[in-house]
Design a protein around this ligand. Sequence first.
Ligand SMILES: NC(=O)c1ccc[n+]([C@@H]2O[C@H](COP(=O)([O-])OP(=O)(O)OC[C@H]3O[C@@H](n4cnc5c(N)ncnc54)[C@H](O)[C@@H]3O)[C@@H](O)[C@H]2O)c1
Length: 298
Amino acid sequence: MAPLDFTGGAVVVTGAGRGIGRAHAHLLAARGASVVVCDPGGDPDGANPSAAPAEQVVKEIVEAGGAAVASTESVATEEGAAAIVRTALDAFGRLDAVINNAGIFRPAPFGETSPQTYQKYLDVHYLGSLLVSRAAWPHLVASGNGRIVNTVSASLLGVPDMIHYGSAKGAVYGLTRNLAVAGHAVGIKVNAVAPGAGTRMVELTGDTLPEGMLEYMMTSMPPELVSPVAAYLAHQSCAVTGEVFNVAGGLVNRMVMVNTPGIVDPELTPETVAERIGEILGTDGAQPVELMLPQTQP
Ligand SMILES: NC(=O)c1ccc[n+]([C@@H]2O[C@H](COP(=O)([O-])OP(=O)(O)OC[C@H]3O[C@@H](n4cnc5c(N)ncnc54)[C@H](O)[C@@H]3O)[C@@H](O)[C@H]2O)c1
């Protein structure tokens, strides 16, 4: 097939100063997109901001013949999100896709995380994705083929020591599904990737990963193998919406919520539930939960 081309289009990639976001920015720029490289820099938990990572990625893209500008605003405030979108409009006059990739991470046991920590993770992951999408929305509508690509994590399904991070990613999952419904009528498709890639972020997972996994990720799961899926989902030809894809080391599959056939009993009692819990949980014949798009609503 013909290469997926982004010539004439403008894309915001958040958290693009390093890791997976940097790889997204490079791939999209190489395919002709004008890219806003958004990253306030700093440590994995967001401390010590620095303009250097975003500026470095812009330099690399421009030297390779592409078009890019930096934004060092944070996605986590309304003003920051508005400024990131304004940067795209000022520099390129349009906005066609947003890749919400910015993230912070530091695993910690439940007992060692404070309400402030939960708020901080929600601010960057959930509100950051929401606020940038919200600021971009009218411009994505104007584009005619607006695209939003969010970034979740397998941790939303439950892993050790990531309650703050995994539940914030769970909020991004709900955001993805609900924005996809909202975008249906206006031509905006909204999907998400759940990546696995050897970045500084996974180096912090320590012993929460199975033995040997960290080395495998650092050697065999480059961020560049996440970007083809993000690029497809950001392209105007993308045919899906409301989907989440696990993407790691060349693997791509669909992460899907299912309804099991379960049981129906008009005289349901707690004892029935106890006796038939195996049947309720059984996934034979389970059906993916599809989006409730406006025309399918009762
Ligand atoms: N690496 C993995 O295996 C993995 C797994 C699951 C999910 N993720 C997700 O993928 C995304 C990218 O992670 P990564 O592995 O490349 O990590 P990374 O730390 O290398 O990159 C994340 C980038 O986001 C930026 N960022 C942080 N707060 C920001 C803010 N408020 N505004 C804008 N930018 C901000 C950071 O400065 C950093 O450059 C994150 O959302 C992360 O949660 C990664």
